[in-house]
Design a protein around this ligand. Structure first.
Ligand SMILES: *Cc1c(COP(=O)(O)O)cnc(C)c1O
Length: 363
């Protein structure tokens, strides 16, 4: 089998998605399943849809197009604001997009009319994380702008928190979003289908509140894929933390001194931090894995193994006993390592545990 590779347990992703879908359904919240950390994997998207997500969320138009080519016909929302240069592709392949710029909305309208399609628009509102979004005071004017553009359908509003500045979703911010939705409906005289409260960072809020107000959608990626909430990266009760495993191959294995010798200057990636392992010599192994494949800071090695450093193509580890050349080592990944591994052209993906027996037709 080739290495490095990411082994993807689809049955575990299915379990995580279904568990979150069911828990949130009790609160009146639907789930948009976000596939961007998997390079828009159709296998993962199918599993999410079988588990009951209402739509797929993707940040890259290339991934949306790949999902369509793979036969996914369910609704897909582009969750990064469309580029002006890509509006035609967005209208062709995505049912809806998250937006904050009038210029882009104008172009989406022209493209939608030219293609004879209706494109859904969710207006993003800035609530303090200072990434995408319209300032709340400008929301009504922007909504009127959308309502005046043929080919566009105003689906609702949304916000995104805890990604750029760490500003967290809380009751005050979610109440503000609910109030904006209700206020817009009064001033515009139209109903909003979607009030999208945020991402996996909203789960603590959602499960902690007796009432979630108007929020009826969350866009979930990390919590489904890795089983953790991203604010403190605590495991979520009942979810699998190990749906993804990275496997790398040993290309050198030797007993060497633990300390380098000679005059020590910068490494390929700045100054090295010397990792102490409590002995002067030890079993060192080199894995055919590097910064082109993963973020070494986001890897968890097996018990007893210490990561000593990484360059573009080599990951050096200390092990309690010598590893065999040609043997493999398994790592768990956090979100940053997962994203890098899934998007690296050098890392293959192996899907295991596909769910075939639940009798629910795939998309
Ligand atoms: C990435 C992203 C999400 C999903 O975030 P997770 O923390 O992985 O759940 C949701 N919304 C937007 C706009 C995103 O960019």
């Amino acid at each position: 089998m080739t290495a490095p590779r990411v082994e993807v347990r689809l049955d575990r992703i299915h379990h995580n998605a279904r568990t979150l879908v069911e828990r949130l359904a009790g609160l009146g919240i639907g789930v948009t399943g976000v596939t961007k950390a998997t390079l828009g994997s159709a296998e993962v998207a199918r599993e999410l849809l079988r588990a009951g997500v209402t739509a797929i969320g993707e940040s890259r138009i290339e991934n949306v197009e790949a999902l369509r080519r793979a036969g996914i016909s369910a609704p897909i929302t582009l969750i990064r604001a469309p580029m002006s240069s890509q509006v035609e592709r967005v209208v062709t392949s995505a049912d809806a997009s998250l937006n904050s710029e009038p210029h882009v909305l104008d172009l989406l309208s022209v493209a939608a009319q030219a293609q004879g399609r209706a494109h859904g628009v969710v207006l993003m509102v800035e609530l303090g994380d200072l990434r995408e979004g319209i300032m709340p005071g400008d929301l009504d004017a922007m909504a009127r702008h959308v309502l005046g553009l043929p080919g566009l359908v105003l689906r609702g509003i949304g916000t995104n928190l805890a990604c750029q500045s760490g500003a967290s979703p809380d009751q005050q911010k979610m109440d503000e979003l609910s109030a904006l939705a209700t206020g817009m409906e009064t001033t515009l005289g139209s109903t909003l289908d979607v009030v999208s409260g945020g991402n996996s960072a909203n789960l603590d809020w959602a499960f902690g509140q007796p009432s979630v107000g108007r929020i009826n959608d969350l866009r979930l990626g990390e919590s489904i894929l890795l089983g953790r909430e991203p604010l403190r990266r605590r495991p979520i009760d009942g979810l699998h933390l190990d749906a993804f495993t990275l496997v790398a191959e040993v290309i050198e294995s030797k007993d060497k001194p633990m300390r380098p010798w000679g005059e020590i200057n910068q490494t390929a990636f700045g100054h090295a931090t010397q990792v102490g392992v409590g002995s002067d010599t030890g079993a060192r192994a080199i894995l055919a894995l590097g910064r082109q494949d993963i973020d070494p800071d986001g890897l968890t090695p097996p018990a007893g193994v210490t990561i000593l450093g990484a360059s573009s193509d080599h990951l050096v580890v200390h092990t309690p006993s010598p590893l065999a050349v040609g043997g493999e080592l398994h790592f768990q990944l956090d979100y940053r390592a997962l994203v890098r591994a899934m998007t690296s052209p050098f890392v293959t993906h192996e899907f295991v545990g596909a769910d075939q027996g639940d009798g629910i037709a795939g998309p």
